[in-house]
Design a protein around this ligand. Sequence first.
Ligand code: 4AD
Ligand code: MG
Length: 463
Amino acid sequence: MKRIRIAQILSSKDTGSHVTVMGWVRTRRDSKGGFSFIEVNDGSCLSSLQVIADDKLPNYKDEILRLQTGCSVKASGIIAASPGKGQKVELQADEIEVLGWADPAVYPLQKKRHSFEFLRTIAHLRPRTNTFGAVARVRNAMSNAIHTFFQERGFIYLHTPIITGSDCEGAGEMFKVTTLDLDQVPKKNGHADFDRDFFNEPANLTVSGQLEAEIYALAMGDVYTFGPTFRAEDSNTSRHLAEFWMVEPEMAFCDLDGDVALAIEFLKYIFAYVLKNCEEDMKFFNRFIDSSAIETLENLVSQDFEILTYTEGVDILSKAKEKFEFPVNWGMDLQSEHERYLCEKVFKKPIVLMDYPKEIKAFYMKVNEDKKTVRAMDVLVPKIGEIIGGSQREDNYDVLVERIKEMDLNPDDYWWYLELRKFGSVPHAGFGLGFERLIQFITGLGNIRDVIPFPRTPGNVSF
Ligand code: 4AD
Ligand code: MG
């Protein structure tokens, strides 16, 4: 089945050639003059191609006039300049074959605009809408931009494991992986007997590829992972998923300042990339989802980011006139209302907060000389809050053992991680970018469930 993509036809604007397109009917309109206009979309771009079906086509009465939203068709004909408004070229069909019918009495996607809540219940059909098609293309373009950015800079793409035996963030928010019979779990000393489990020990889905990325950074210099991560935190918010994708570079011979500099360069690169390569989809988001979407990205590419310490941030927040739901004090984990206040009201641009209290951050972050804070950094953006979290890693063996104990973790579980600090330890740093939060920020979509094809959230896995 040879076909040409609609994106190719619309971008070349060449007329006169004979082509075949295949796709799904968005609308059909019949003119009194003895022909119909059929809008066909094949997902290759936002725009549909206007197909002109003449009533002289042999199946005009029996089939063409029965075409409705959602039917699939194969249309062949000549590309011609379009006299109508809204499109430069159209297809003057000499043959239209119906590939699959979609009964309008039961097809859930009709011409009207559906709510995002409703569309979440039909995840198998929502990619046929403008919004979800555009999201899928932007995700694709951003994935490409991410790889290009790191490849151009000599980073090695590393595949870290999905199933692990360790807890990277030390927060215990992990999904268990087991083949034990849950109706009859074998017990030893009153606990599940993992000797009889698949791996002979407890296993989880990874919350981050960082620890393994550190292993390879300490052999190859600069590496990055880009893969799915899983968190069993019961956060039913518009910014949390149980399964999300994370980009994690890790650099040997790099400190926190180098880490922050890379994060800013990285974000600017991918925002410039989406503006350049997803023009049509970005115009769509700007028109229908968030009227400041394009301007926000343009500003980001040209503006500096504000860099300040956690302590300075808390200082500004505690002097603010704003009434926060969670009162601010030094030592607290900042809530999204605080992060957004700093970005949206105080600085009106993205900010990088550094040097957080060690109690609220993971065990692996390098302890500062003040012994109270760690070399952590979060990048916060308007509307979303935290989009990147990173740090310089603790590279001192003794300090790291202490930190692991302080956090009530068992140093034995991290023996290999500790050995990296025994044999040729070097300063190193990295960060993690939440891919879905990035797509949310770019598109302006309010709910993270609408920027991933199949969202996994508490109570929702089937679809
Ligand atoms: O700040 P986090 O927890 O950092 C780490 O996992 C580090 N190991 C990264 C590193 O240094 N290599 O997560 C990183 C980012 C967050 O800033 C956020 O954008 C995103 O991952 N994120 C989530 N996105 C969607 N749903 C969730 N439940 C998320 N949790 C974190
Ligand atoms: Mg974080």
